[in-house]
Design a protein around this ligand. Structure first.
Ligand code: MLC
Ligand code: AMP
Length: 505
């Protein structure tokens, strides 16, 4: 029996392969048949390089139809897809290549000057390019390939993807995602959210994270229908497409930006049946305003890279603002106290989860697996929450030191470490403060080294821009004489959040 996720998805493709999969911004369409053929050529190319099933293919490209097809091709060839945010800089990518040891890399042409030496130093023989228009050496090399590639059978526990998530120590961990993990979540979400034969989804999320790559794309592929496919989020374009579509998925920033569009009203959303939000907390006020303007109650769900989707508000029944709904079928979610015992409804504790959707562990980090899983096999999410008496889960905080900005995760430790490399800096603390657009804004507080001229805000920002992905770079940097500490000597980040939360100096 073949448990390759691609086999499952392909079994759901429409019998008429002339039906569209992607409706593109310029009016072109990509049919299921065309998608299958290009995907086959990519798979044949990768397999022809001698890459064995289970080898990794690292991909750092902008969003394009070909980028989606490359993901499907890796599944098809039994390779492990390793997507990287296109904003990552050389230092960040270097670590991933070192750690994951991919057999091939596909990159943006503009990255080649730094990427080729990195790949060569790590013995990676195959480097291809793919640009934002879907052109590059990958496409050129695949052009003559077979359109009849036979999907490589996979077992359910074989890896389909590795997605890196930063850690509280500042070191990224590769979440190993299996075919079972992805297939179980794809089936559950497709059913739970009631996908219909006439659905058209507006796809504006990036393709290098769980939300856009797995949640949104898998629902469409499982449904065998079309998505309106955009390179990136744009509120005006989103609104134009919402008028002629039925499902929209986004992070909370998408919704606050949509609310700023004067044209967002009931009439604009007349064809829509479902708005889904996740990846970061949706403010109850956004939920309420959106309903007042459109008549639609946003369906909020909760998930993680490591676990896929865990809970969801219901399709039918009350979608309760400020909650993430019920555990999805097949997922067990519990809230436990410090002693590990399950808590009663209303009590706040650590959220732990188990199910076919939960990762088997981190890539080559057995010690992390011991820390992150309980003896009875539950994964510690690091999120803190409570169940209501009628079963709705609310997330009230995080025990992990994590900032979520515009749906992207930033681990303060990684930014602090980069700031502390500045010779004029003695120490630093990075916190998230409320931000109207991004939900939280990365904010740095810096203590200069004694006897040295204090670095300016713009110097710190310029330094970080050359080292870190742009969304990790602090929006503000404050210079202080010392950091507030408790009696144990620990930096009081809550004090910093309060002090700089209003954007004050
Ligand atoms: C861009 N910028 C950000 C940012 N995105 N700053 C903070 N947080 C972000 N998320 C900054 C850039 O550094 C740049 O700054 C400026 O904004 C303009 O860049 P841009 O690329 O033009 O921005 P924009 O297109 O407006 O992007 C914002 C966004 C995007 C919200 C549309 O970030 C986005 O698509 N986010 C979705 C993330 C996502 O898919 N998350 C799901 C993870 S999966 P400067 O100074 O250089 O001009 C997950 C699991 C789950 O979490 O449950 O789903
Ligand atoms: P990531 O590592 O990018 O997959 O981010 C996962 C984290 O995002 C979770 O552990 C939560 O902290 C957060 N998250 C995802 N969805 C929600 C949501 N609906 N509400 C609050 N936090 C969320």
């Amino acid at each position: 029996m073949d448990d390759n996720l691609y086999t499952l998805l392909a079994s759901r493709f429409p019998a008429d392969r002339g039906r569209p999969l992607l409706l593109l911004e310029d009016g072109r369409e990509l049919t299921y048949g065309e998608a299958e053929q290009t995907c086959s050529r990519f798979a044949a190319l990768l397999a022809g390089l001698g890459l064995a099933p289970g080898e990794r293919v690292a991909v750092q490209v902008e969003k394009s139809p070909e980028a989606l097809l490359l993901y499907l091709a890796c599944l098809r060839a039994g390779l492990v897809y390793l997507p990287l945010n296109s904003a990552y800089q050389a230092g960040e990518v270097g670590y991933f290549l070192e750690n994951a040891e991919p057999g091939a890399v596909v990159a943006q042409p503009r990255s080649l000057p730094w990427l080729e030496p990195l790949a060569a130093a790590r013995g990676i023989r195959h480097v291809f390019t793919l640009d934002e228009h879907g052109a590059g050496t990958l496409v050129d090399a695949a052009r003559a390939g077979s359109t009849g590639f036979a999907t490589v059978p996979r077992a359910a526990d074989d890896l389909a993807a590795i997605l890196y998530t930063s850690g509280t120590t500042g070191r990224s961990k590769g979440a190993m995602i299996t075919h079972r993990n992805l297939a179980s979540n794809a089936k559950v979400l497709h059913a739970y959210w009631g996908f219909r034969p006439d659905d058209v989804l507006v796809h504006m999320l990036p393709l290098f994270h769980v939300h856009g790559l797995f949640v949104a794309a898998h629902c469409v592929l499982m449904n065998g229908t079309a998505m309106r496919f955009h390179a990136k989020f744009d509120a005006a374009r989103a609104l134009a497409d919402i008028r002629r579509s039925t499902v929209f998925m986004g992070v909370p920033t998408f919704y606050t930006r949509l609310l700023a569009e004067p044209g967002l009203d009931r009439e604009a959303c007349a064809r829509m049946r479902l708005f889904v939000s996740g990846s970061a907390p949706l403010l109850a006020e956004t939920h309420v305003q959106f309903e007042a303007r459109t008549g639609h109650r946003i369906l909020e769900r909760y998930g993680m890279t490591e676990t896929g989707m865990l809970t969801s508000n219901p399709l039918e029944g009350e979608r309760r603002p400020g909650t993430v709904g019920f555990p999805l079928p097949g997922t067990s979610v519990r809230v436990v106290g410090d002693d590990g015992a399950a808590l009663a409804a209303g009590e706040i504790g650590q959220i732990q989860v188990k199910g076919d959707n939960v990762l088997p562990g981190y890539w080559r980090m057995p010690e992390k697996n011991k820390e992150e899983f309980t003896a009875d096999g539950y994964f510690r999410t690091g999120d803190v929450g409570s169940f209501s008496p009628d079963g709705y889960l609310s997330i009230v905080g995080r025990s992990k030191d994590l900032i979520i900005t515009g749906g992207y995760n930033v681990y303060p430790k990684e930014v602090e470490r980069a700031i502390d490399e500045l010779p004029a800096v003695a120490e630093s603390a990075v916190v998230g403060v409320p931000h109207p657009d991004f939900g939280e804004a990365v904010t740095a507080v810096v203590v200069p080294r004694a006897g040295q001229a204090a670095p300016t805000e713009s110097e710190v920002i310029a330094w970080l821009r050359s080292r870190l992905a742009n969304f990790k770079v602090p929006k503000r940097v404050f210079v202080v004489d010392e950091l507030p500490r408790n009696t144990m000597g620990k930096v009081q980040k809550n004090v910093l959040r309060d002090r700089y939360g209003a954007g004050a100096g």
